[in-house]
Write a protein that binds this ligand. Sequence first.
Ligand code: DI6
Ligand code: FE
Length: 407
Amino acid sequence: MWDSVWRNADIATMQPGGEAFGAIRDGAIALKDGRIAWIGLARDLPAGNIGPETAVHDLGGGWITPGLIDCHTHLVYGGSRAHEFELRLNGASYEEIARAGGGIVSTVAATRQADEEELLRQSERRLRALLAEGVTTIEIKSGYGLDPGNELKCLRVARRLGERYPVRVRTTLLAAHAVPPEFKGNADGYIDLVCREIIPEAASSGLADAVDAFCETIGFDAAQTRRVFDTAKKHGLPVKLHAEQLSNMNGAALAAEYGALSADHLEHLDEAGAKAMAQAGTVAVLLPGAFYVLRETKLPPVDLLRRHGVRMAVSTDCNPGTSPVSSLLLILNMACTLFRLTPEEALAGVTRHAAAALGLGESHGILAPGRAADFVVWDIDRPAALAYQIGLNPCRQVVFGGRPLRH
Ligand code: DI6
Ligand code: FE
C-alpha cells in the first residue's frame, strides 16, 4: 500500500525530452518509503495501492516541481562584509579590496573567531531563508577556515545543518579558496598544507563529499589547482572548480580533464573550455548573483554552452562578498533576466542539472518512479512564474523524503 497520494495539481516533472518542463497536466504522485512509487495522469492512478493507511492529499490546483537544489553555496561563514559593500559603492574593485587584505581573508578572521555553535547560529538563518523557498538539497562549501581545524569546523557545521533541518546537505572542501594570512606570499606552501593535511583529514573523517578550488588570478593557478585535484582523486573525492570567473585561466578545461562534477562561474569561458566540459559531462554552474553584485559586464557564454550541449545549473553562490544572496527564486529571475536563460532552462538549473552538479543526477532533480520524494507545491499558474515574480514566495507546501513539512 502507498504511504500517500498527492493529486489535483499540474506537475513539472523536469524530465527532459518531452513536454515543456516535463509537464503532466492534472497529475498525481504516489509515495512509498520516501520515494516516488507512481506518477502520471490522475485519471490513470491505480486505485489498488490506496488503502486505509494511505494519506490522500487533494491539492485543489497549483503546480508541483521537484524540490529545489542550490548546488553552490558558501553558506557557512562568520561575520558580514557590508562595509566592503560600501567601499565598492565608493569605487574600490573586488580585486583591490582582496589585495588590501579584505575580501575572503577578512571573513576568514571572523570565521576562525566563531566557535562551532556560533557559526551554526549565524549560518542557519541563511539556510532557513532558502528552505522557505522550497530548497530540499543544498551544497555547502568550507573555504573560510583556511587551516585544518577551522576548515573541518566549517564542514562539521555544514553536516550538522543537514541533521538539524529537513534538507540534504552535500559538503565541499574549498580549502583552496584563498591564501591565509600566515602563508601570505607563499601560496605553494599553503597548497602543501592543503594536500598533506586538510584534504586527507576531510576525506578520512567523511566530512567532505567533494573538493573545490578557486582557479583565478586572485586565487590559485593551474599547477596549484592540479595538485589539489590529484590529492582529491587520491582520496576518492570528486572535484569541482570556480573557473573563468574574472579571467580565462583554462580552469574549465582543467576541471573537465579531471572529470569534474562542475565548473562554476564561467563568465570568461572560451569554446575550447566548453567543448572539454561537454566531452567530460561537466556541468556549468552559472552564478548570476556574483555577476550582479560585482556589476560584471562579461556574460557567461550561454549560447556556446547550449551549442555544445553543456548542462547548465544556476545557484545562489551564497557568500558574504560577491553574492550575499539567500533566495534561489531571485536567482531564477536573474538567470533569465541577466543571462537570458529560458524559464525552463533556469528551472532545470535548480533541479535536474543542479542534481547532476552534486553527483545526484540519478536520484534527485526529476520526479519519476524510484527517485527521492522531494517536491514542492506552488501557488502559481505556470512554472515560468517561479522565475518571473520577485519577492513573492509562492511556496505552499514542501515534501521532503516523502514527509510533508509544516509550512
Ligand atoms: N569566487 C567568488 O565569487 C567567491 N569565492 C570565489 O572563489 C567570493 C567569496 C568572498 O568574496 O567571500
Ligand atoms: Fe562560489
